[in-house]
Design a protein around this ligand. Structure first.
Ligand code: ADP
Ligand code: MG
Length: 263
């Protein structure tokens, strides 16, 4: 599974570039970070074919997004929207979760089984017969994710999955991201640095429509000047270790404790 991006340029309005010249090969699960307006969601919509490149090409394995409809690309990539209200449109939770699988041609029985499994993974099974609009924002956000993983695509793209989540919701999403990576390429747009360092091996930083760096997460987070120029703060535990003048880059609580014990 791989995403290849060559000379990608995109604008909504001529002469107002949003992505300028993106070249990327993504074959390992990756976090996408960058300040508001950097172009993360635009890139996500280009990846799943909702938007088409103005110049350049995006290939998902060997499918060029220019040559295929969003419906066709949905067999390959599932995109959970940043804003659930732009994604959800059924009046029953189960129907919402079954829509994706049915839409890519799975039979009704398989679609229902996939949907129920996905709802269970996100802790939403008891809401199967509810109207999505009776759920909280946090639950609707989890429903967008369930609806996408129910399609079981090779590539999964989650746009700000931890929005509105409490600690329990975040832990559920962490577990899910780790689990999905076992056999899928997972891309996660997020401002949640703790989530990123504990789940995603690679990180891509977008600034003003360009790739600032795409490298191992640990390498990206050990270069504070890169994060500063992307207006991103490292995790609190990383900042604490830095404030203590430790030479090691600490990304998680566990690393902090181990390093402290060994000093
Ligand atoms: N539908 C749209 N029409 C015009 N401009 C847009 C649209 N969506 C986003 N933009 C602009 O494109 C830029 C990148 O936005 P976006 O991709 O949403 O960034 P991010 O997800 O990183 O916050 C911003 O300047 C934003 O205002
Ligand atoms: Mg966005």
């Amino acid at each position: 599974m791989a995403i290849t991006i060559n000379n990608l340029y995109f604008h909504y309005t001529p002469n107002e570039p949003v992505l300028t010249d993106i070249n990327l090969e993504i074959n390992t699960s990756t976090a996408i970070i960058g300040q508001n307006g950097a172009g993360k969601t635009t890139l996500a919509k280009l990846l799943n074919g909702l938007l088409k490149p103005v110049k350049g090409d995006i290939e998902l394995d060997n499918l060029n997004t220019r040559n295929h409809s969003t419906a066709k690309l949905a067999h390959k990539i599932g995109y959970a929207f940043q804003n659930p209200d732009q994604q959800l449109f059924h009046n029953k939770v189960l129907d919402e979760a079954m829509f994706g699988p049915l839409n890519i041609g799975l039979d009704k029985k398989t679609a229902k089984a996939n949907a129920l499994t996905a709802l269970e993974k996100l802790g939403l099974q008891e809401y199967s017969n509810e109207n999505p609009y009776d759920l909280s924002l946090a639950e609707r956000k989890l429903l967008t994710i369930a609806s996408i993983i129910a399609m079981d695509t090779d590539i999964i793209l989650l746009d700000e999955p931890t929005i509105a989540q409490d600690h329990q919701g975040i832990e559920k999403i962490k577990e899910l991201i780790l689990d999905l990576q076992k056999n899928k390429l997972v891309l996660v747009i997020s401002h949640d640095m703790d989530l990123i360092v504990s789940t995603l091996p690679k990180t891509l930083v977008l600034t003003e429509g360009e790739v600032l760096i795409h490298d191992d997460t640990i390498k990206v987070f050990s270069q504070p000047e890169i994060l500063t120029s992307a207006k991103v703060l490292p995790p609190a535990i990383t900042q604490l270790a830095k404030a203590l003048d430790w030479s090691e880059t600490i990304l998680t609580k566990e690393e902090f404790i181990n390093t402290y014990r060994n000093r």
